[in-house]
Ligand binder design. Sequence first.
Ligand SMILES: O=P(O)(O)OC[C@H]1O[C@H](OP(=O)(O)OP(=O)(O)O)[C@H](O)[C@@H]1O
Ligand SMILES: [Mg+2]
Length: 180
Amino acid sequence: MHEDIQEILYTEEQIKTKVKELGCRLSEDYKDLNPLCICVLKGAAPFMTDLVRSMDIPLEMDFMAVSSYGASTKSSGVVRIIKDLDASVEGRHVIIVEDIIDSGLTLSHLIDLLRHRNAASIKVVTLLDKPGRRTVDLKPDYCGFTIPDAFVVGYGLDYAEKYRNLPYIGILKEQVYQQQ
Ligand SMILES: O=P(O)(O)OC[C@H]1O[C@H](OP(=O)(O)OP(=O)(O)O)[C@H](O)[C@@H]1O
Ligand SMILES: [Mg+2]
Protein backbone atom coordinates (compact mmCIF):
# COMPACT_ATOMS: atom_id res chain seq x y z
CA MET A 1 0.00 0.00 0.00
CA HIS A 2 2.67 2.54 1.06
CA GLU A 3 4.48 2.25 -2.27
CA ASP A 4 1.38 3.64 -4.01
CA ILE A 5 1.54 6.91 -2.04
CA GLN A 6 3.19 9.89 -3.72
CA GLU A 7 3.27 12.15 -0.65
CA ILE A 8 1.99 12.04 2.91
CA LEU A 9 -0.19 15.12 3.50
CA TYR A 10 -1.10 14.55 7.17
CA THR A 11 0.50 12.16 9.60
CA GLU A 12 -1.33 10.10 12.19
CA GLU A 13 -0.21 12.60 14.87
CA GLN A 14 -1.39 15.63 12.91
CA ILE A 15 -4.78 13.99 12.34
CA LYS A 16 -5.10 13.10 16.02
CA THR A 17 -4.40 16.69 17.09
CA LYS A 18 -6.87 18.12 14.57
CA VAL A 19 -9.64 15.69 15.51
CA LYS A 20 -9.26 16.61 19.21
CA GLU A 21 -9.46 20.30 18.32
CA LEU A 22 -12.67 19.76 16.31
CA GLY A 23 -14.13 17.63 19.11
CA CYS A 24 -13.49 20.41 21.64
CA ARG A 25 -15.19 23.03 19.46
CA LEU A 26 -18.20 20.78 18.88
CA SER A 27 -18.46 19.99 22.60
CA GLU A 28 -18.71 23.70 23.37
CA ASP A 29 -21.17 24.48 20.58
CA TYR A 30 -23.45 21.48 21.24
CA LYS A 31 -23.42 21.41 25.03
CA ASP A 32 -27.04 20.67 26.17
CA LEU A 33 -28.27 19.96 22.59
CA ASN A 34 -27.78 16.17 22.56
CA PRO A 35 -26.72 16.26 18.89
CA LEU A 36 -27.28 13.39 16.48
CA CYS A 37 -23.93 12.71 14.81
CA ILE A 38 -24.48 11.13 11.41
CA CYS A 39 -21.56 9.25 9.94
CA VAL A 40 -21.51 9.08 6.15
CA LEU A 41 -20.23 5.57 5.49
CA LYS A 42 -17.88 4.19 4.59
CA GLY A 43 -15.21 6.88 4.34
CA ALA A 44 -16.09 8.83 7.47
CA ALA A 45 -16.04 5.82 9.83
CA PRO A 46 -12.51 6.29 11.30
CA PHE A 47 -13.03 10.07 11.67
CA MET A 48 -16.45 9.62 13.31
CA THR A 49 -15.23 7.09 15.86
CA ASP A 50 -12.26 9.26 16.83
CA LEU A 51 -14.30 12.47 16.83
CA VAL A 52 -17.08 11.29 19.14
CA ARG A 53 -14.48 10.06 21.63
CA SER A 54 -13.06 13.56 21.78
CA MET A 55 -16.50 15.03 22.55
CA ASP A 56 -17.35 14.93 26.25
CA ILE A 57 -21.05 15.81 25.97
CA PRO A 58 -24.15 13.62 25.60
CA LEU A 59 -24.69 12.76 21.92
CA GLU A 60 -26.15 10.04 19.73
CA MET A 61 -24.70 8.32 16.69
CA ASP A 62 -26.34 7.11 13.50
CA PHE A 63 -24.98 5.84 10.20
CA MET A 64 -25.90 6.30 6.60
CA ALA A 65 -24.16 4.63 3.66
CA VAL A 66 -23.98 6.50 0.37
CA SER A 67 -21.72 6.03 -2.61
CA SER A 68 -21.02 7.98 -5.76
CA TYR A 69 -17.40 7.23 -6.62
CA GLY A 70 -17.27 3.43 -6.97
CA ALA A 71 -13.93 2.42 -8.55
CA SER A 72 -13.23 5.89 -9.97
CA THR A 73 -11.49 9.09 -8.89
CA LYS A 74 -14.39 11.19 -10.23
CA SER A 75 -17.91 11.40 -8.85
CA SER A 76 -20.50 9.59 -10.95
CA GLY A 77 -22.88 12.42 -10.04
CA VAL A 78 -25.41 9.86 -8.81
CA VAL A 79 -25.57 9.65 -5.02
CA ARG A 80 -26.86 6.19 -4.11
CA ILE A 81 -28.28 5.62 -0.61
CA ILE A 82 -27.17 2.15 0.36
CA LYS A 83 -28.22 2.30 4.01
CA ASP A 84 -30.61 4.84 5.52
CA LEU A 85 -30.63 6.18 9.09
CA ASP A 86 -32.21 4.17 11.90
CA ALA A 87 -33.36 7.21 13.90
CA SER A 88 -35.76 10.01 12.99
CA VAL A 89 -34.05 13.38 12.60
CA GLU A 90 -37.22 15.36 13.26
CA GLY A 91 -36.49 18.15 15.75
CA ARG A 92 -32.90 16.95 16.20
CA HIS A 93 -29.71 18.97 16.02
CA VAL A 94 -27.82 17.05 13.37
CA ILE A 95 -24.07 17.04 12.76
CA ILE A 96 -23.16 15.38 9.47
CA VAL A 97 -19.70 13.85 9.80
CA GLU A 98 -17.78 13.54 6.52
CA ASP A 99 -14.24 12.53 5.65
CA ILE A 100 -14.04 14.79 2.57
CA ILE A 101 -16.04 17.32 0.60
CA ASP A 102 -14.97 17.22 -3.04
CA SER A 103 -17.60 18.09 -5.68
CA GLY A 104 -20.07 18.66 -2.81
CA LEU A 105 -22.72 16.49 -4.48
CA THR A 106 -22.94 13.90 -1.70
CA LEU A 107 -23.48 16.51 0.99
CA SER A 108 -25.89 18.72 -0.89
CA HIS A 109 -28.01 15.63 -1.53
CA LEU A 110 -27.90 14.63 2.14
CA ILE A 111 -28.62 18.12 3.45
CA ASP A 112 -31.70 18.37 1.21
CA LEU A 113 -32.91 15.01 2.45
CA LEU A 114 -32.47 15.88 6.15
CA ARG A 115 -34.13 19.27 5.66
CA HIS A 116 -37.15 17.50 4.21
CA ARG A 117 -37.21 15.28 7.28
CA ASN A 118 -37.41 18.40 9.51
CA ALA A 119 -34.17 18.36 11.45
CA ALA A 120 -34.00 21.30 13.91
CA SER A 121 -30.54 22.24 12.61
CA ILE A 122 -28.01 20.70 10.24
CA LYS A 123 -24.29 21.39 10.35
CA VAL A 124 -21.38 19.71 8.63
CA VAL A 125 -18.02 18.71 10.03
CA THR A 126 -15.49 17.43 7.53
CA LEU A 127 -11.93 16.37 8.08
CA LEU A 128 -10.88 17.40 4.57
CA ASP A 129 -12.17 20.05 2.22
CA LYS A 130 -11.15 20.17 -1.46
CA PRO A 131 -12.76 23.46 -2.59
CA GLY A 132 -10.99 23.43 -5.95
CA ARG A 133 -13.27 20.68 -7.23
CA ARG A 134 -16.63 22.00 -6.05
CA THR A 135 -19.55 21.87 -8.50
CA VAL A 136 -22.19 23.05 -6.01
CA ASP A 137 -22.07 25.99 -3.61
CA LEU A 138 -21.34 24.39 -0.25
CA LYS A 139 -19.09 25.24 2.70
CA PRO A 140 -18.50 23.08 5.78
CA ASP A 141 -19.32 24.54 9.20
CA TYR A 142 -16.28 22.82 10.74
CA CYS A 143 -13.25 21.73 8.73
CA GLY A 144 -10.00 19.98 9.63
CA PHE A 145 -7.75 20.63 6.63
CA THR A 146 -8.19 22.35 3.27
CA ILE A 147 -6.41 20.29 0.62
CA PRO A 148 -5.27 20.84 -2.97
CA ASP A 149 -6.93 19.24 -6.00
CA ALA A 150 -5.43 15.75 -5.71
CA PHE A 151 -6.92 12.31 -5.10
CA VAL A 152 -6.17 11.35 -1.51
CA VAL A 153 -6.47 8.09 0.40
CA GLY A 154 -6.09 6.80 3.96
CA TYR A 155 -7.86 7.27 7.32
CA GLY A 156 -11.11 6.00 5.75
CA LEU A 157 -10.62 7.36 2.24
CA ASP A 158 -10.38 4.75 -0.49
CA TYR A 159 -9.59 4.17 -4.09
CA ALA A 160 -11.65 1.19 -5.32
CA GLU A 161 -12.17 0.18 -1.63
CA LYS A 162 -8.41 0.02 -0.94
CA TYR A 163 -6.19 2.11 1.40
CA ARG A 164 -8.94 2.94 3.94
CA ASN A 165 -6.80 1.45 6.73
CA LEU A 166 -3.74 3.64 6.19
CA PRO A 167 -3.24 5.61 9.43
CA TYR A 168 -2.19 8.75 7.52
CA ILE A 169 -3.66 10.72 4.60
CA GLY A 170 -1.63 10.75 1.41
CA ILE A 171 -1.86 11.62 -2.27
CA LEU A 172 -2.29 8.51 -4.41
CA LYS A 173 0.20 8.14 -7.27
CA GLU A 174 -1.56 8.88 -10.54
CA GLN A 175 -0.11 5.76 -12.13
CA VAL A 176 -2.19 3.65 -9.75
CA TYR A 177 -5.48 4.81 -11.24
CA GLN A 178 -4.22 5.50 -14.74
CA GLN A 179 -3.36 1.80 -15.12
CA GLN A 180 -7.04 0.90 -14.68
O1 LIG B 1 -18.14 15.83 -2.47
P1 LIG B 1 -18.25 14.56 -3.26
O2 LIG B 1 -17.66 14.71 -4.65
O3 LIG B 1 -19.63 14.01 -3.30
O4 LIG B 1 -17.28 13.49 -2.58
C1 LIG B 1 -17.28 13.20 -1.22
C2 LIG B 1 -17.85 11.86 -0.91
O5 LIG B 1 -17.19 10.85 -1.68
C3 LIG B 1 -16.68 9.83 -0.84
O6 LIG B 1 -17.61 8.81 -0.68
P2 LIG B 1 -17.80 7.62 -1.73
O7 LIG B 1 -18.97 7.91 -2.63
O8 LIG B 1 -16.50 7.31 -2.39
O9 LIG B 1 -18.21 6.41 -0.78
P3 LIG B 1 -17.30 5.78 0.41
O10 LIG B 1 -17.36 6.75 1.56
O11 LIG B 1 -17.95 4.48 0.72
O12 LIG B 1 -15.90 5.64 -0.14
C4 LIG B 1 -16.44 10.56 0.47
O13 LIG B 1 -16.42 9.66 1.56
C5 LIG B 1 -17.59 11.52 0.55
O14 LIG B 1 -18.74 10.95 1.12
MG1 LIG C 1 -14.98 6.19 -1.83
